[in-house]
Design a binder for this molecule. Structure first.
Ligand code: MN
Length: 137
C-alpha cells in the first residue's frame, strides 16, 4: 500500500478521493491548494500524487511542471484529476508532465487501476536500478 497526496480544493471531491484511497488501504495526505501541495510533496515524499487541475491560485498544470522539474519530486507519479473532457485538455496534462489522467466524476475501479499500474511501474524501475546486472533486454 502507498502514501498518496491528494491536492484538491473541492471539499466533496477531496472527501470522496480520500475515502476511496483509505478503503484500498492507502495512507492519505491532503492539500487544498498547489502551494501547500508542493510543500507537502517535498517534505513527505509521497509514493503518488492525485492532482486536481483547477485550483485557486496556481493551477495543477503549473504545480505538476514544478514537481517534475525538481529532482526531489520528479520521480513521483502524478495523476491529473479534471472535469475537462476534451482531448486537447488531456494533451495539456501530459505536456505538463502528468503520468496519467482521470476525468471526474471519480469512478473507483478506474482510480484503483490507474494507481496500481503506476505504483507497479515505479517498483519495476526501482528494482532495475537496484539490480544493475538484471536490466531488461
Ligand atoms: Mn478544483
Amino acid at each position: 500500500m502507498a502514501r498518496i497526496l491528494i491536492i484538491e480544493d473541492n471539499p466533496a471531491n477531496m472527501k470522496l478521493a480520500s475515502l476511496l484511497l483509505l478503503n484500498a488501504g492507502h495512507t492519505v495526505l491532503c492539500a487544498t491548494d498547489a502551494e501547500s501541495g508542493l510543500t507537502l510533496a517535498r517534505a513527505d515524499q509521497p509514493d503518488l500524487i492525485l492532482m486536481d487541475i483547477q485550483l485557486p491560485g496556481m493551477d495543477g498544470l503549473a504545480a505538476t511542471a514544478l514537481l517534475k522539474k525538481d529532482a526531489i519530486t520528479a520521480a513521483i507519479p502524478i495523476i491529473a484529476l479534471t472535469a475537462m473532457a476534451m482531448k486537447e485538455d488531456q494533451e495539456k496534462t501530459r505536456a505538463a508532465g502528468c503520468d496519467a489522467y482521470i476525468a471526474k466524476p471519480l469512478r473507483y475501479q478506474e482510480l484503483y487501476e490507474v494507481i496500481d499500474a503506476l505504483l507497479a511501474k515505479g517498483k519495476l524501475q526501482a528494482g532495475a536500478e537496484a539490480n544493475p546486472f538484471h536490466l531488461p533486454p
